[in-house]
Design a protein around this ligand. Structure first.
Ligand code: KG4
Ligand code: ZN
Length: 340
């Protein structure tokens, strides 16, 4: 089985072809990603109108390239999948309409994929993990703990009540005059800073429901930065280190609450899976390794290029759905909001 996957929900235009091997493993035949970061950097964040236009300009060529690299013709495909949400509506429409048009023209099944579901299932492509498992999704747009019980069977254990973790990294970076996206910049500075210098809050710590809150922490960083009249490089590094340490504590505490709730409501977990751009952060990765080691839990972190937005995860979710006979019709509309 071979599926084309198209992703356009945020600032990455992506197309990929993934094949399901007879034994159940997935093989990525091509995975084309075009990032729009350069076009948004001047604004310090993603501008929806610029994103939608950039998707339109590149999508046809990108799909062509994904098919060529996979040495696959439209006629060889068993299905065409696109992320139908959640995300920036203009961009979602571009990918969804492209997939529908290709499916109609080639008379192939069309599969509408939930972008979050695709993140949730990627670990089964990379590591063939069995259900159920605990998913920590930490990106610029989403921060959630989810019990992944099966394809289409998800239990959201907790999520952020305000900012996403990546968004908090980006906002702190912006405050300190660092370029967008801020996560990697903050991590770099944090490596040279003193994490004990600023006593920052750890919102939600100890709460049994595994929700997150980041906006109070972000505001605390802003207040500390404003208190310093001429911010030096050392001040900025110390702020980054203190902020990152607070995020690490928060993520581990919330994951612990999430795992407890998972075990109470679902039963034993086969693994903890981490996805989203923030999973690239070394300090967070190391803390999660420690946490899973102590909890007797297998930790799966797909490689960064499959943790961030990509087409292979959409194609793979398409394969998982198609394998169960789950296909969609042409009336399926783009969904700006679509909780799991
Ligand atoms: O998953 P992703 O590529 O895009 C979506 O948001 O869907 O995640 C991007 C987010 C940005 O907020 C970025 O600042 C954050 O992930 N990020 C990081 C790191 N690398 C990327 N945050 C912390 N540390 C990093 N090393
Ligand atoms: Zn994403």
């Amino acid at each position: 089985m071979r599926v084309l996957g198209i992703e356009t929900t945020c600032d990455e235009t992506a197309a990929a072809v993934v094949r399901l091997e007879p034994g159940g493993a997935g093989q990525i035949l091509s995975n084309e990603v075009m990032s729009q970061i350069a076009q948004h950097a001047a604004y310090g964040g993603v501008v929806p109108e610029i994103a939608a236009r950039a998707h339109i300009e590149i999508i046809d060529r990108l799909v062509r390239r994904a098919l060529d690299r996979a040495e696959t013709k439209l006629a060889d495909l068993d299905g065409i999948a696109a992320a139908a949400g959640p995300g920036l509506i203009g961009g979602v429409i571009v990918g969804l309409t492209t997939a529908k048009a290709l499916a109609l023209a080639s008379r192939k099944p069309f599969i509408a994929v939930n972008h979050l579901e695709a993140h949730a299932l990627t670990a089964r492509l990379t590591d063939e993990v069995e259900f159920p498992y605990l998913l920590l999704l930490v990106s610029g747009g989403h921060t959630q703990l989810v019990a992944v019980k099966g394809v289409g069977d998800y239990l959201r254990l907790g999520s952020t009540v305000d900012d996403a973790v990546g968004e908090a990294f980006d906002k702190v970076a912006k405050m300190l005059g660092l370029p967008y996206p801020g996560g990697p910049e903050v991590e770099k500075l944090a490596a040279e800073g003193n994490a004990a210098r600023f006593d920052l809050p750890r919102p939600m710590l100890g709460r049994p429901k595994p929700d997150f809150s980041l906006s109070g922490l972000k505001t605390a960083v802003r207040l500390e930065a404003e208190r310093i009249t001429a911010l030096t490089a050392t001040d900025a590094a110390d702020l980054c280190a203190s902020f990152q340490a607070a995020v690490v504590d928060t993520i581990i505490d919330r994951s612990r609450a999430g795992l407890r709730l998972f075990r109470e409501t679902v039963g034993p977990a086969n693994a903890m899976v981490v996805a989203g751009g923030v999973a690239a952060n070394g300090a967070i990765r190391r803390a999660l390794m420690r946490f899973c080691g102590e909890s007797g839990l297998r930790l799966i972190m797909p490689p960064p290029h499959l943790c961030t937005d990509n087409g292979a995860m959409i194609a793979w979710a398409g394969i998982e759905r198609l394998s169960l006979g789950l296909i969609d019709d042409m009336t399926f509309a783009a969904r700006p909001r679509w909780p799991l």
